[in-house]
Write a protein that binds this ligand. Structure first.
Ligand code: GLN
Length: 454
């Protein structure tokens, strides 16, 4: 813990940790030492980790990287961060992210951009988003592991951009209680680590049924680490032909072929498959996620949490709401609230929101058909490119940024688990990752396949 705290203090340029909690960390590390001495050491005893700012942590500022939650210090601890604490993990502080987890580059944060420790010459690169601070902190050895959340790729894309491992578990595997909501039917917590083994250990600590989240699954949590045998003989790996969009880089294609060859050499059967509705996933996601966000974000009204605008004489409650929300939310969040409100409005509900829900069902069925035909896991790229430069994608057209999520949003819509594994470097020397998608609640098998690929 002390070594990590020193490393964090020397890494301000990465802007990964946005609230540091050194006293609390040392206190918890001492308690972990005592437990170790007493021979009562849980799985993550004394392991220093970082916590995404989206998790509510008791007595520690939790802002979701938003101005509207300025000064918000929760009275309660999220279930997942509590579970990690119970498993002995030591929180070093809170990590940077895109505001309310909306973004793919960590450039929408009220704290400013987080920076990827990987760079080309002096060009600053994005660590990805929204869990950009988590990925940067793990990649730069500021902590042994970090929490992330994934609504449409926010664990897997930053993992791929930083050469780290990130798993988005099955929807319902981890409790969402106390994690600030973005899109409730898609959000999932998950670990971001250096190795697949670490991810297995940390996921076990984070997972489990919770009475406080009615969507959390009442299923036993297996010992994921014990499932890492590396034996994948006879497993069927699907290669979806729709994940090869026009203009995809040759390097990613090569990496993908190499990944398939590696799994084949380990005894798996490689099978080309079709997930015909893949092309509709991105538009469906960018209707459903903003719709849910517009509803979830209605609670930030200047009364209950964080920031409240200064009012002028004569201002009433409506002016208070308007000014507070105008000042507190960033541009991307406002855009999503407007899009969400629009697609949910009476006149457009059927044309957009309802249609997107139907598309979501079709996407889910594509995966179900593949699994029913015997496929155990699906191998695909995690991202269409390696990490891009900060500022490079901030164009007038936000859709360009959304295109980054083309390979990741599909499985959130289907509720499936997915893991990003670092598998190589591109010609610029930057990490590239592949993604494995698994059957629901079979994270153990999925991690084992990832282990064979690592
Ligand atoms: N980049 C996607 C978005 O902006 C995904 C974010 C996430 O998974 N939290 O919505």
């Amino acid at each position: 813990t002390e070594a990590c705290l020193t490393a964090i203090d020397g890494a301000d340029a990465l802007n990964a940790f946005v609230h540091k909690t050194p006293e609390l960390a040392l206190e918890r590390a001492k308690a972990a030492d005592e437990r170790l001495k007493a021979g009562d050491a849980p799985a993550m005893c004394g392991l220093p980790i970082g916590m995404k700012d989206l998790y509510c942590t008791k007595g520690v500022a939790s802002q979701a990287a938003s101005g509207i939650l300025e000064g918000f210090v929760p009275e309660y601890e999220s279930t997942v961060s509590q579970k990690l604490q119970d498993a002995g993990a030591v929180m070093l502080g809170k990590l940077n992210m895109d505001e309310f987890a909306m973004g793919s580059s960590n450039e929408t944060s009220v704290y400013g951009d987080s920076v990827n420790p990987w760079k080309i010459d002096d060009r600053k690169l994005t660590p990805g988003g929204s869990s950009g601070g988590s990925a940067a902190a793990v990649a730069a050895d500021l902590c042994l592991a970090a929490t992330g959340t994934d609504t449409g790729g926010s664990i897997r894309q930053p993992a791929a951009f930083t050469g780290t491992v990130g798993i988005k578990p099955t929807y319902g595997r981890c409790s969402r209680w106390g994690i600030i909501a973005y899109a409730s039917s898609l959000d999932q917590a998950g670990p971001m680590t250096k190795t697949v083994r670490d991810a297995a250990i940390m996921l076990e600590a984070m997972a489990g049924h919770d009475m406080k989240d009615s969507t959390s699954a009442d299923l036993p949590v297996p010992n994921f680490e014990a499932m890492l045998t590396g034996d994948i003989r006879g497993k069927v790996i699907g290669i979806p032909k729709e994940y090869r969009p026009e203009g995809m880089s040759e390097e990613i294609k090569t990496l993908w072929d190499e990944g398939a060859a590696m799994l084949k050499a380990a005894g798996a059967e490689i099978r080309e498959i079709s997930l015909p509705h893949t092309k509709y996933a991105l538009p469906a996601y960018y209707v459903i996620a903003p719709a849910e966000a517009s509803s979830n974000l209605a609670r930030y009204d200047g009364v209950r949490y964080g920031h409240r605008a200064k009012l002028s004489a004569g201002d009433g409650i409506n002016e208070m709401y308007e000014k507070t929300r105008a000042e507190g939310f960033g541009d991307e969040v406002k855009r999503r609230i407007m899009v969400g409100t629009y697609v949910l409005s009476a006149g457009f509900y059927d044309a957009y929101y309802n249609k997107a829900r139907k598309v979501r069902t079709l996407i889910k069925r594509d995966f179900e058909d593949a699994f029913a035909a015997g496929v155990d896991a699906i191998l695909a790229p995690a991202t269409p490119t390696s990490a891009f430069g900060l500022g490079e994608m901030k164009s007038a057209d936000p859709v360009e940024m959304y295109l980054n999520d083309v390979f990741t949003v599909t499985l959130n819509l289907a509720g499936l688990p997915g893991v990003a594994v670092p598998t190589g470097l591109d010609s610029k020397g930057l990490p590239l990752g592949l993604q494995l998608i698994g059957r629901p609640f079979e994270e153990g098998d999925l991690l084992n396949t990832a282990y064979a690929l690592e």
